[in-house]
Design a protein around this ligand. Sequence first.
Ligand code: FAD
Length: 404
Amino acid sequence: MTRPPAHTSDVVVLGGGAAGLSLAHRLTETGAATVTVVEPPDGPLRPPERTWCYWDDEEGDLGPVVSASWSRLRVHGADGRHVVVDPAPFTYRMVRSTPFERHVHALLARSPGGHLLRATADSVRDVPGGAEIRCTLPDGESVTLRARRVFDSRPLPALPPSRTRLLQHFRGWFVRTGTERFDPAVADLMDFRVPQPAHGLAFGYVLPLAPDRALVEYTEFSRTPLTTGAYESALDGYCRNVLGLGALTVEQTEQGVIPMTDARFPRRSGAAVFRIGTAGGATRPATGYTFAAVQRQSRAIAAALRDGHGGVPAPHGRRALAMDAVLLRALDTGRVDGPDFFTGLFRRIPAERLLRFLDGATSPREEWGIGLRTPVRPMLRTAAEIPFLPRRSRPPARNGESPR
Ligand SMILES: Cc1cc2nc3c(=O)[nH]c(=O)nc-3n(C[C@H](O)[C@H](O)[C@H](O)COP(=O)(O)OP(=O)(O)OC[C@H]3O[C@@H](n4cnc5c(N)ncnc54)[C@H](O)[C@@H]3O)c2cc1C
């Protein structure tokens, strides 16, 4: 049975993950528009709890949901030498999805124009004055929503064509150790003391939450995810042989796959329908970081709507995307050594500048300087061939297992 249009808002946001919730947060906070977020009920479409880390120079209004932060970052080279950097004025912060979700759901419930609909969005089409969304409610009934603008964060069925497609794939353990093993002030961003795969690169990632608690991850940048058993064995080796953690308990796990690609993500799928989040190209190709770009884009969309125009700015600038395309291909072809490349960046470039570069906030002059501190020949050779390479569709990379 199909009901008549149940609800009309200025904005409908499809998907209540990082991008959808961040946009709803900004819209309710600024009162820029009335907003309905459509998020499926618990089930296969809803991702499990995950952590989102980012850096920022102020805690801002995400403060209540920041569960940990670090003022120093460390990178361990494959040679065993490490570098500790102070990224001031930036701090590295962690937000967990469940408290963020609760926070934004509460904001929506308090806001007169806010609404959360537990439903699965099936289709979206342009109609005069906006767009119409057909959804299925948990009881199987259909409902139609109308909005002036729709922001769609639902995952794409397939990635757009690309020259290079790597995956950042990882599994993490929330561990509790028998004795105090961690320094809660220092986050290990990349630890290359793990065995390297035949293609791509691998590193450990340690976010201490207390002297005896941390999120410890094993990550690869490569073409295909591993089986859960292979991640478990890599994590076990990292905790035991590299970190020397001794007896530990795994309290929770987290696993994921993030695309690292030079594909072009269309930002618009209808006259009034815009893609946001990973589906709209918010993932920075060279790092997989998405959360900070999503915050910037959400603020910009809310400001544009408040000022009466509907622009959706690109999540990343052209120069950043062009440089990332070169790096991805240089890594994929094996022309640059991944561990040496990333360790070298942290050794040779002030951390604040490097993080600003990753935020797309450096000047061309600063970027030139950063470029000169990378392996110049293989990067130039790669940059020269890229314009002649076609973008190709690729089958989804699967290992036959669900990501969790
Ligand atoms: C485990 C993990 C850890 C990550 N850690 C970081 C990190 O530390 N820092 C960082 O910057 N990035 C991180 N990322 C990358 C990126 O930030 C996340 O993937 C982020 O969740 C992307 O936000 P999104 O809104 O685009 O997608 P999602 O958060 O996945 O949201 C998409 C939403 O769409 C909903 N949906 C799906 N189908 C439908 C439908 N038919 N109708 C309605 N809704 C639907 C889903 O339920 C989901 O809530 C991580 C990714 C993963 C997987």
